[in-house]
Design a protein around this ligand. Structure first.
Ligand code: SDX
Length: 427
């Protein structure tokens, strides 16, 4: 019995090969469908479409499973480091101690920005959203690093990959410093990747900055949780931009722009702002009713997911990290209680149960980031910082695929059919 899929269109029958991956749903290879049938498939939002083959990240949305190169996110969050997960995503295997040391050393040697790039920030208003600055500054990197933009050269690809992973913390920290009118703090490569970022963000020249190991560990874990996530909207943007041969800096800038949307990476900022608007638990039922009201555009930010129809495993780790950080820093935040109560009420509401809406990675992250001292406008910047290694790994995987072609979807055209021009005097 052939494993092919059969399609009957018109009075013709067509067969298409069914292809299996190592785990997860099979795919129907329809690359010849248009040539054979003269028809397109139609899948706005790509709910049933696999855009590529990848070996990086696997998600089972029904089971709430997330694997990076086969390793469960819970184990990586608990036992690994962001530098180690970055190596894993970029190279396919966990590093040996020597490989990790060399990789971390290489990354640390690319943390500084070209001094001319630092003047780029002065063109922005001080109150510019830091994500607007990230789009501009990361895109501008391609004006400075001409020596690593030949995407056909694997050495160039490796250098630009390392530059992007290394420079994002420096760029992000400078965006924050600019917004608060403090001087930029240069990298200190004696610190860890995450410790270096904390010092560049919260350190000031007037005082010695001591990295808090609890905060460093919690933020490093948050970076791990955000590192990669299959073919989400911003990763697909990076791949599509890269498929035209655009340089990696421009592709990552495109990914940052897409991530900014509140339906995607911007949800962490929107979720905390929502919790602030709700305020106290007694106001939660009103907002849950609004979220269920089709005539009300309000949605529970940090809830729901295209793929997870179960609890997002990252939200589980995030919630436990809130408890750990609060206990260690001896801090509380009434918004955490509001968030816990909101989750409890939503998960017991038939609407959310029927639509399988659970907290996602963005629901609790803002509470920790706020406790560490980041303003809400920096939340998506931190998401972009961490996701850069995933975007870069996905970009490398696509560029290295001998079968890759420029991405060029078609459409269902519903506009006017051909008609003659009418001169102005006859209209
Ligand atoms: C991220 O793709 C990724 O992997 C993304 C990400 C990553 O790591 O890259 O995981 C990061 O982007 C997480 C998602 C962050 N966004 C939010 O928290 C924003 C709030 N969530 C929703 O906007 C929504 O859930 C999406 C955008 C996340 C998913 O949207 P889908 O898959 O297109 O689902 P949908 O909009 O079709 O919703 C299905 C139904 C709808 O009701 P019906 O039209 O069927 O009656 O569920 C409802 C929606 O109205 N619904 C919600 C809801 N999310 C979906 N109702 C209330 N509150 C919500 N949050």
């Amino acid at each position: 019995m052939s494993n092919d899929a059969r399609l009957i269109a018109g009075n013709e029958e067509y067969t298409y090969p069914v292809v299996s991956g190592s785990v997860g749903p099979d795919v129907i290879d329809i690359r010849k469908l248009y040539a054979q049938t003269g028809m397109f498939t139609y899948d706005p939002g790509f709910t049933s479409t696999a855009s590529c083959e990848s070996a990086l990240t696997y998600i089972d949305g029904d089971e709430g499973v997330l694997l990076h190169r086969g390793y469960p996110i819970g184990q990586l969050a608990e036992q690994s480091s962001f530098m180690e997960v970055s190596y894993l995503l970029l190279n396919g295997e966990l590093p040996s101690p020597g490989q990790l040391k060399d990789f971390s050393h290489t990354i640390s040697r690319h943390t500084m920005l070209h001094e001319q790039l630092m003047t780029f920030y002065r063109g922005f208003r001080r109150d510019a959203h830091p994500m607007a600055i990230m789009c501009g500054v990361v895109g501008a990197l391609s004006a400075f690093y001409h020596d690593s933009t030949d995407i056909a050269d694997p050495v160039h690809r490796k250098i630009s990959s390392h530059r992007l992973v290394a420079k994002m913390p420096t760029i992000a920290a400078a965006a924050y410093k600019y917004s608060v009118g403090q001087p930029f703090v240069y990298p200190d490569n004696s610190l860890s990747y995450t410790g270096n970022f904390l010092r560049m963000t919260f350190g000031v020249p007037a005082e010695k900055y001591e990295v808090n190991p609890v905060v460093e560990r919690a933020l490093d874990r948050i970076f791990i949780l955000h590192a990669d996530h299959e073919q989400n909207a911003s990763t697909s943007t990076v791949r599509l931009a890269g498929s035209s041969g655009a340089n990696p800096f421009a592709c990552i800038a495109a990914g940052i722009a897409c991530l900014w949307g509140p339906a995607h990476g911007g949800a962490n900022e929107a979720a905390l702002n929502m919790l602030k608007e709700i305020g106290t638990p007694d106001r939660i039922p009103h907002y849950i009713e609004r979220a269920k009201d089709k005539n009300d555009p309000f949605r529970l930010m940090g809830f729901g997911h295209r793929v997870y129809k179960n609890y997002d495993p990252r939200a589980t780790v995030m919630q436990s990290t809130v408890r750990e950080v609060f206990k260690s820093l001896n801090v509380t935040d009434p918004l955490f209680e509001t968030a816990l109560r909101l989750e409890e009420l939503a998960l017991n509401d038939p609407y959310f149960i029927e639509k399988k809406l659970f907290p996602n990675v963005d629901f609790y992250s803002g509470i920790i980031l706020s406790a560490i001292g980041f303003p809400t406008t920096m939340f998506t910047v931190l998401f972009a910082l961490a996701r850069t290694v995933g975007w870069v790994a996905q970009w490398n995987e696509m560029i290295s695929d001998p079968g890759q072609k420029i991405g060029r979807p078609r459409q269902l055209y519903t506009g006017p059919t051909s008609r003659d021009y009418v001169s102005l005097d006859k209209r």
